[in-house]
Design a protein around this ligand. Structure first.
Ligand code: ADP
Ligand code: MG
Length: 616
């Protein structure tokens, strides 16, 4: 029997490698742009068509390549960036594995046009699935233009695996943002389907962030600066009160490279502990500069995960520098702080226990203290109730109450008997005792026991029913904004909003497109907070992204749920007696008062029988 083991042909080996390096158009964008940066470019243009599926083109003004280098660049393990294994210990470029171009070229049609300044004439090289089709001299500007067409044309399984253009575009925008933030001094332009998405001029980091996120970031950012002999930390954090509802704006860079590191992420999150609401995420753009010899970037082909030798010490320094930034910001309203004296620590042997440096931070400081009431005022007084006769209705037999077992799948669900009991027992509203405890629960009683209602969940149910009624009766009640509010939205989300704003209008929004990724909001549904419309949109986008199945099946109910959540009275809000009775009244006029639209329990009943068993 003959031997079985063969060496794979290069084209196959490259395709396998491509599986790791190039998972989607976004990863090709990342590799091409990183190469342009490594080539010393000061101006990079990114042009994509169909979310990169038909074209990704990166035009740079970097060092260019010779005729031979252009050919070599698409060979596997071909790199100009390292020579020996030792060089791995001092990597200062983004690339070094020499895999990216070879991988991209194995799964696409690639054209490279490139010219070095010192050369009279440039070269054009065309490849298809790793195979060089042609190479010829050409006139072209200094620098390199790489066009990647029909990504995965020869790997249908992968091509079919790609997500919708909207999703793939989002990945590309994410990569573009990482590069744009890490390289504020480089001029960057981004065209999508001939539409200019971003035009970023050379600037400092803060200006770059403002160019990407809008001028509102001017007042949101607090600088972080900390120098030690082990690590230099710089960048910005978002003020706690501007924390985001989605985990979008969290960026870590090490030596100019975007990285993910859950451990260091924790250092920051922990520094924000107690300062931001539980369901929100801190914003940060943090740059670590360390000796390249103390990190290993070689552990993952996309190089977004790296190992730090002295991670514990870096954790402590990072944590304290964030606390310090927050602390300073709490005393000084201006952003132009002098930096603290740097603390240098002697290099520690690896694994040695580190004591966290002490800091001049007010540990008691808590910006939320001043305004626990994070949301807005909700009209709850009985005067505004739609259901003034609700209590009365409860006298009627339970004809209005329908129980759908599928909806009411939680343990807190009331039985039909208890509802009937509730119904019978509530005889006289005025004599009914109800009160609020811990600014969260409303306690009242019925004939068979004590009822504890969660105010937020209760109001969510009320708001949801109201919004669904608005839809059914096509009777939206809007509150017109005093001034139309222009809201700029992350381009990926802007697409989402365009898809759904007709739906939102049915609830009482009035939204119109107003320039690139900006929308004008003239009205919002009655009862919704008008103070933070961008935050409201974010929550809606989040719901749409988290529940793609429901977007297909039951879009309007999903939107109603999200809006209900965002307009419900919050836990922690003290309610007036009339608000309490109005809330209870409205709740029991809902068809399913016992659960929120998401299926969480709204109330529990402790029967006197149970109490009797426990207290003898
Ligand atoms: P790596 O970046 O890991 O070296 P790549 O496959 O990404 O590997 O690129 C291979 C080589 O091609 C690079 O080392 C570089 O010499 C050359 N190269 C790629 N893109 C460019 C560019 N835009 N400008 C100049 N040289 C480039
Ligand atoms: Mg590279």
């Amino acid at each position: 029997m003959s031997d079985l083991i063969r060496l794979l042909p290069d084209s196959v080996a490259n395709q396998i490698a491509a599986g790791e390096v190039v998972q989607r158009p976004g990863s090709a964008v990342k590799e091409l742009m990183e190469n342009a940066i490594d080539a010393g470019s000061t101006n990079i243009r990114l042009i994509i068509k169909d979310a990169g599926k038909s074209l990704i083109q990166v035009i740079d003004n970097g060092c260019g390549m010779s005729e031979r280098d252009a050919r070599m660049s698409c060979e596997r393990h071909a790199t100009s960036k390292i020579l020996t294994a030792n060089d791995l210990l001092s990597i200062r470029t983004l690339g070094f594995r020499g895999e990216a171009l070879a991988s991209v070229a194995s799964v696409a049609q690639v054209e490279i046009r490139t010219k070095r300044t010192e050369d009279e004439i440039g070269t054009c090289l065309q490849l298809e699935g790793s195979e060089v089709k042609t190479q010829f001299p050409t006139t072209t500007q200094d620098g390199t233009t790489i066009s990647v067409k029909n990504l995965f044309f020869n790997v249908p399984a992968r091509r079919n695996f790609l997500k919708s253009n909207q999703v793939e575009l989002r990945y590309i925008i994410d990569e573009f943002f990482r590069i744009a933030i890490a390289n504020p001094s480089i001029s960057l332009t981004f065209y999508n389907n001939d539409k200019l998405m971003y035009q970023l001029h050379p600037s400092n980091l803060k200006q770059r962030l403002i160019a990407l996120y809008g001028t509102s970031y001017n007042e949101r950012l607090v600088p972080v600066v900390q120098e030690s002999n082990l690590v230099v930390i710089s960048g910005f954090i978002g003020k706690p009160e501007f924390s985001r509802k989605t985990r979008g704006e969290q960026y870590f860079f090490t030596n100019g490279r975007y990285i993910r590191n859950p451990y260091l992420h924790h250092a920051i999150e922990n520094a924000f502990h107690e300062l931001i609401p539980k369901d929100a995420f801190a914003t940060y753009f943090i740059f670590l500069t360390v000796d390249p010899g103390t990190i290993d970037v070689n552990i993952h082909p996309s190089k977004t995960e790296i190992n730090f030798q002295e991670i514990k010490t870096i954790y402590a320094i990072l944590h304290s520098s964030i606390r310090q930034a927050i602390g300073k910001f709490s005393i000084s309203p201006t952003l132009d702080f002098e930096t603290e004296k740097s603390f240098n620590i002697p290099s520690l042997p690896v694994n040695q226990q580190v004591v966290q440096p002490t800091l001049k931070v007010d540990p008691e400081f808590n910006p939320f203290e001043k305004k626990v009431q994070t949301q807005y005022e909700m009209p709850l007084s009985s005067g505004e109730s739609r259901h003034n006769d609700a209590w009365q209705k409860l006298y009627d037999p339970l004809k209005n109450i329908s129980f759908k077992p599928s909806d009411a799948s939680t343990s807190g669900t009331l039985t039909r008997e208890v509802m009937a009991e509730l119904d019978r027992a509530i005889e006289d509203q005025s004599s009914r005792k109800m009160f609020q405890v811990r600014n969260r629960y409303i306690v009242t009683h019925i004939r068979s026991g004590i009822v504890i209602i969660d105010q937020q969940n209760a109001h969510e149910r009320i708001r949801y029913d109201y919004l669904m009624e608005v839809l059914e009766n096509k009777s939206s009640a809007s509150q017109r904004q005093l001034l139309p509010q222009a809201v700029t939205i992350h381009p990926g989300d802007a697409e989402l909003l365009k898809e759904h704003y007709r739906d939102l209008e049915e609830f009482g929004f009035e939204i119109s497109e107003f320039g690139k990724d900006t929308f004008l909001v003239e009205s919002i549904p009655a009862g919704l907070p008008s103070s933070d419309i961008p935050g409201l949109f974010e929550k809606i986008f989040e719901a749409l992204k988290l529940h793609p199945d429901e977007v297909k099946r039951n879009r309007k109910s999903l939107l109603a749920r999200s809006l209900a959540k965002n307009s419900s009275v919050q836990r922690g809000k003290m309610l007036q007696p009339e608000e309490i009775s109005s809330l209870v009244e409205q709740l029991f006029s809902c068809k399913m008062p016992e659960v929120t639209p998401d299926g969480n329990p709204v109330m529990i009943i402790i029967t006197y029988e149970d109490i009797g068993k426990k207290i003898k």
